[in-house]
Design a protein around this ligand. Structure first.
Ligand code: SF4
Length: 277
């Protein structure tokens, strides 16, 4: 059984969702729309190119080259994504997203952050076999080593509109633990880099924090290996963006129970007749 951070997290939210998505690979009941992922995918691909290829030929990238590279990467991102541009939540056009990404990348490349990416590797894959029979796997967005000395930072890039929103310490702790398992090296720093804000936010790390996370990880991995029922555990958090929410009875029943009664419902329940006077 292969377990990534995302499958581990989703099992923790709802075993049924995990089972449908990662084991059964069932088709989603909610139509797929990658609109919200376009910006992140584009910027991520840009830094992957800069960190793993470009920086070895030139320590900076001229603005024309940034635009040229982003344009060709955007074509790939659009070709490999499914976007319904008529969906009601769409607020930016295809061009708006490109311009936002170009502006943000340009700002990063013209700031001190650019030096940081000069000593950074992107998309580092690690696989670790654990005793329970599972195989843990991850792909680290960035591994930074200072040019001088041995200082190591593991960080993940985020395209979030708000710093910290829907971001959990567990994700970078998972990556740091995987790095520790594989290279026997504790990262000196871990954190998140927010592209839209050109800002790095650290997450606390120490051997005791990592050991605490390791215990939590291991407990859930054992549950995942032993589980045979994958019972649904609906909640507002688990169901809100669940790809199976339109066909899941448990999720729909739970949502109906959570729904606050309207004034009309209360009036009807109490047998009160309201007269507009
Ligand atoms: S809709 Fe909710 S209960 Fe149903 S599978 Fe998704 S997360 Fe689980």
């Amino acid at each position: 059984m292969i377990i990534s951070y995302h499958s581990w997290k989703e099992y923790g939210e709802c075993p049924k969702k995990y089972f449908l998505k990662y084991r059964k690979k069932a088709p989603y009941s909610v139509p797929r729309n990658d609109y919200h992922a376009l910006y992140g995918k584009l910027v991520e691909r840009f830094f992957q190119h800069f960190c793993n290829t470009w920086r070895f030929t030139m320590p900076y990238m001229p603005v024309e080259e940034i635009k040229y590279k982003l344009t060709s990467l955007y074509r790939i991102v659009l070709d490999t994504s499914t976007v319904d541009w008529t969906a009601p939540f769409i607020t930016a056009s295809q061009e708006d997203i490109f311009n936002q990404a170009f502006g943000d990348v340009n700002a990063i490349m013209n700031s001190l952050s650019q030096n940081y990416f000069l000593n950074t590797k992107s998309e580092v894959s690690i696989e670790v076999a654990v005793q329970s029979g599972a195989q843990l796997t991850c792909r680290l967005d960035f591994v930074h080593k200072k040019a001088v000395g041995d200082h190591l930072t593991i960080f993940d890039g985020k395209g979030s509109m708000t710093i910290g929103k829907n971001v959990e310490d567990d994700q970078v702790l998972f990556y740091a633990l995987m790095y520790y398992f594989h290279y026997k090296r504790l990262a000196d720093e871990i954190g998140y880099f927010y592209y839209r804000f050109n800002t790095y936010k650290p997450v606390p790390i120490s051997l005791s924090i990592l050991n605490e996370f390791r215990a939590k990880l291991s407990l859930r991995v054992k549950e995942m290996v032993a589980d045979s029922t994958f019972t649904a555990t609906p909640s507002a958090k688990a169901c809100k963006y669940c790809e199976y929410r339109l066909s899941c009875i448990e999720g729909m029943e739970s949502k109906a129970k959570r729904k606050r009664p309207s004034k009309l419902d209360i009036v009807e329940q109490e047998g009160i007749t309201e007269i507009g006077m």
